[in-house]
Design a protein around this ligand. Structure first.
Ligand code: SF4
Length: 359
């Protein structure tokens, strides 16, 4: 079939693989080329992924990094991010609670390690962390690191330089703060804080010597140009890790009726992020199951990381299914031992029926 498509000219003789080769030779992608990826014919998807995989395998081999999220404080948020079920303007029925106790956060970290996550992500809702929330996080992180050696990412909202330094001092490795979308589309998505506020937080994180994790959400009514704009902003900021979320239109949120994506479009976006940020960690984040559907494994030819377990207020697929997918691809996972050393290993074995196993 592929040969037939090439013969018909539907796959123009490996242009994306050739482009990847030139990137490996030191050329940078341009915004026009990134737009071209998002506009490329659907029939080119395998060739596009082949080019993206050339980059992914050069920098990350066949390794996959797993992340585990704890929603450490849920709902009760005064901000108005239109995609978010935890916002003050959302009617979504979600659990609402204040920050978890240190014991509960430690328990979450043990679960992350049990699920073979490299990174434990502590996420709270809200505009910025309160002093009490900072005390909880900065007190529990050293305990987690000592017991489990996990890589720690904190997602606590807008941060001042002082707050970023406090997180660095307690042992947090990385802070997540998403740009969410392109600057020119930002006001359609949120009005209670600005794109510039978000960039400032990332700059504070970088200046504190923390790793930056920042990405966005695809499918919020944007134009391709907006997502390309975001991909280049992330490159210019030098973020180390890029979570690519696909909108899960949650009932009760302003974006509940959006339905802009499908698996091929989602894969094109993942490939575009790889071409623009070839040596960065790219994670298939929220919405993976509903937007990539049966094509989820193909996403890992462009991305090198996924979440395992549930998302903040929505369910993920069973970890056993993720392990099976990674094993079926012939890929391996990266885990950390108690000393914080990284080890590459096969995903845990899944017995005959992955659905029967709840790890
Ligand atoms: S994304 Fe964060 S800041 Fe925005 S509404 Fe949700 S919890 Fe609040």
């Amino acid at each position: 079939m592929i040969k037939g498509l090439i013969d018909q000219g539907a796959i123009p003789a490996g242009r994306w693989s050739q482009r990847a080769q030139r990137i490996l030779g030191g050329e940078l992608m341009t915004p026009a080329e990134a737009n071209e990826i998002l506009d490329s014919p659907r029939e080119e998807i395998l060739e596009l992924l082949s080019g993206a995989y050339r980059l992914r395998s050069h920098y990350f081999g066949n390794r996959v990094q797993l992340y585990f999220l704890v929603n450490a404080k849920s709902g009760i948020c005064p901000e108005d991010c239109h995609y978010c079920s935890q916002s003050k303007i959302s009617d979504a029925e979600i659990p609402k609670y204040k920050i978890l106790s240190e014991d509960e956060l430690l328990e979450g970290a043990r679960r992350a390690a049990q699920l073979h996550s490299r990174t434990y992500c502590i996420v709270i809702s809200g505009r910025s962390p309160t002093p009490q929330e900072m005390r909880t996080v900065t007190s529990v992180v050293p305990k987690i690191k000592q017991e489990l050696g996990l890589h720690i990412c904190a997602c606590l909202g807008l941060l001042t330089p002082d707050l970023a330094r406090e997180l660095k001092a307690c042992g947090v490795d990385r802070v997540n703060h998403n740009l969410n979308t392109g600057e020119d589309h930002y006001e359609e998505i949120c009005t209670t804080h600005t794109y510039a506020d978000r960039v400032e937080t990332l700059q504070a994180v970088r200046d504190a010597g923390l790793e930056m994790c920042s990405g966005g959400i695809i499918g919020m009514g944007e134009q391709h140009e907006h997502i390309v704009q975001m991909a280049f902003a992330l490159r210019d900021l030098g973020v180390q890790s890029i979570p690519v979320n696909f909108l899960n239109p949650i009932d009760g949120t302003p974006l509940e009726d959006r339905n802009d994506l499908d698996p091929i479009k989602s894969l094109q976006h993942l490939a575009m992020f790889r071409f623009v940020n070839p040596d960065r960690e790219i994670r298939i984040a929220g919405g993976r199951e509903i937007q990539l559907r049966s094509l989820q494994p193909l996403g890992l030819f462009a991305a090198n990381s996924i979440f395992v377990g549930d998302y903040l207020t929505t369910k993920g697929q069973l970890p056993a299914r993720d392990y099976q997918m990674i094993a079926d691809l012939g890929f391996q996972i990266v885990v950390r031992n108690e000393r914080g050393e990284e080890i590459v290993c096969d995903p845990p074995e899944v017995r005959n029926d992955p659905l029967a196993i709840v790890t």
